[in-house]
Design a protein around this ligand. Structure first.
Ligand code: VGL
Length: 209
């Protein structure tokens, strides 16, 4: 069923990591990632408030396989805070790959939140680093601004969008996933698992009309 989107002044569109390295030709390209751009641009027109996140990593990031001789992208390593996937080097600070997709028309966005800039901790969620305890400050920003409900779009459904949505609930925001405006890496069924986890956490999943 399709839902008509009609956001109010307490609603915000949170656009996760729509950056060149996650799109076609990028270092960590997500299948069909570029297809999120048109729906995001269209949906954004309804929102009074828009925030973007930007993965923003130092070149010596601990979670880049390049920084672990003998390891390959998508291997798992164990860090003090738990198991962690190794990634191809991506979204390096100041690089073209870290830039937003050139097709995004979101100049009205009120905040660009950078994450992943600590070389020792990976960063998926817009709210907490992967140690699950280091905050990015987004929750306080949104609460001070009177935001109550977040609509999530972007990349990747099964990583940064998933963890951002779960943390939105943890921070007591209402959360809605705009499914047609997201794409996932889908490693061994991870998109289906992500959707199930989101539903279980009380996140609404909408197809918009
Ligand atoms: C992401 C894997 C590694 C994402 C970022 O944006 O979903 N996934 N870094």
């Amino acid at each position: 069923m399709k839902t008509v989107l009609c956001p109010d002044a307490h609603d915000l569109l949170l656009v996760i990591d729509v950056q060149n390295d996650f799109c076609a030709g990028g270092a960590l390209a997500i299948p069909s990632a570029d297809a999120v751009v048109a729906p995001i641009n269209r949906l954004a027109q309804c929102f009074a408030h828009i925030v973007l996140t930007q993965d923003w990593r130092p070149a010596d990031h601990w979670n880049f396989a390049d920084n672990h001789p003998g390891r390959r992208p998508f291997d798992t390593i164990h860090l003090a805070y738990g198991a962690q996937a190794l990634w191809p080097s991506h979204c390096v600070q100041g690089s073209r790959g870290a830039d937003f997709h050139p097709g995004l028309r979101l100049s009205r966005a009120e905040l660009i939140l950078r994450k992943g800039y600590r070389s020792g901790i990976d960063s998926y969620s817009a709210f907490y680093e992967n140690d699950r305890s280091t905050p990015t400050g987004l929750s306080g920003y949104l609460k001070e601004r009177g935001i109550r409900r977040l609509f999530l779009a972007g990349l990747a459904t099964d990583y940064c969008v998933l963890y951002s949505a779960l943390d939105a609930r943890r921070e007591r925001f209402q959360a809605v996933l705009l499914e047609e405006a997201c794409r996932g890496l889908d490693i061994e069924g991870s998109v289906a698992k992500a959707l199930q986890a989101m539903r279980g956490a009380g996140i609404d999943i909408w197809q918009t009309a």
